[in-house]
Design a protein around this ligand. Structure first.
Ligand code: SF4
Length: 359
């Protein structure tokens, strides 16, 4: 029987090439792809499947993943990306999958030195050690620069046919892709929203105000314009009809949340929907209504009506004050990197009870 391995596939060129290199040594492969909460390239795994013909199983992240974003053992990168912890999580899931499907090792498209936060030699060691995968995780693109793995030592894989790519240049991968006749090459990107300044700042805002990332909160930080309205409340304001719909959906799914959630929608004018998450004081409501008037291009002075809905409220209220740009900017959670902003303690212990008590 052919030896079998599991490959972590992201849909990027590196994991596709890693699959090709192992496949041509006669190894049967199954792919595992993470349908990440914060990944924006969800369909790309199909490209690897099409290129290599391997079956791919897609798995979703769990609350444990959200917890490690909050309290990463190895810290965040520039954004809110806990890359080493994230890789440890993914390889931990892949290890269980490997055992389930009777595979004997894992394959990853990681390239030594390609990404500063997750693809350094010491990261590789931490990942292998923390997942219990020492000797069982093959990185075919950089294998010759790394200690031999079990399948190499046992002659299942010929180390000489593996590669010694390192660094940030994509040229060796482009050459190899040409060798394999791969022409549909995705642009190199993490595809991960946790590396984006805007999303990272929103997550930091949530955490510094005593809230927690759960699935619902994670969905809110991915859309709209964001404002810190008061110490106890933030607002998410839709930028287009698709986001307004998503905001209504999130409100519909907010019924059992411990913190109040209020939906604000224009009643007699066209404008965005907004969520006020947290304490809905009269001032906070007036502020968010003022945002709706401003983004709905309503001037101050004339009464406009806004429908307010929450768990125990459904009423339409007149407002006359549209926020001006300076007021909006003062409340806006920035979209660009804020040096020295909140970071979780490295190696802080995960808070077992934290997830699920979110904003
Ligand atoms: S960029 Fe995002 S998906 Fe990739 S390892 Fe880092 S946290 Fe994980």
């Amino acid at each position: 029987m052919k030896p079998k391995a599991v490959a972590l596939v992201s849909g990027g060129i590196d994991s596709t090439l890693a699959v090709k290199l192992v496949q041509e040594q006669g190894i049967a492969l199954e792919g595992l792809n993470f349908k990440g909460l914060f990944h924006c390239c969800k369909d790309d795994a199909a490209r690897t499947s099409a290129e290599s013909g391997i079956p791919i199983t897609i798995v979703s992240e769990t609350e444990e993943y959200l917890q490690l974003i909050e309290s990463p053992k190895y810290g965040w990168g520039r954004g809110a990306n806990p890359c080493t912890d994230c890789r440890i999580y993914m390889f931990g899931v892949a290890k269980k999958f490997m055992e389930q499907v009777g595979a004997s090792f894992l394959v990853s498209g990681e390239v030594l030195g390609q990404r500063p936060n997750s693809q350094r030699r010491d990261n590789f060691r931490s990942i292998d050690r923390d997942t219990g995968l020492e000797g069982l995780l093959v990185r075919p693109l950089s294998a010759k620069l790394l200690p031999p793995t079990k399948p190499e030592l046992e002659g299942i894989l010929d180390r000489e046919k593996l590669l010694a790519i390192q660094g940030r240049s994509r040229k060796p991968q482009m050459d190899l892709a040409a060798h394999y006749g791969i022409t549909d090459i995705p642009t190199p990107s993490t595809g991960c929203m946790l590396t984006e300044d805007a999303v990272a700042n929103r997550i930091k805002d949530v955490l510094t105000h005593g809230d927690h990332l759960d699935f619902w909160v994670a969905e809110t930080v991915k859309l709209g314009r964001h404002f810190r309205v008061t110490e106890g409340a933030r607002a998410v304001v839709g930028r287009d009809e698709a986001e307004n719909l998503r905001i209504r959906d999130l409100f519909a799914g907010s019924g059992e949340r411990p913190r109040p959630v209020t939906l604000l929608e224009p009643d007699d004018f066209k404008g965005p929907a907004a969520l006020l998450i947290g304490e809905a004081t009269p001032d906070a409501i007036e502020t968010v209504a003022g945002m709706l008037l401003r983004y709905g291009k309503q001037g101050s002075g004339e009464a406009r009506h806004v429908r307010l809905q929450s768990r125990d409220l459904d009423e339409t209220v007149a407002f006359t004050h549209a926020l001006d740009d300076a007021a909006l900017d003062a409340l806006r959670i920035p979209s660009e990197h804020v040096p020295g902003s909140f970071r979780p303690d490295r190696r802080s212990a995960p808070r077992a009870a934290a997830v699920g008590t979110g904003a």
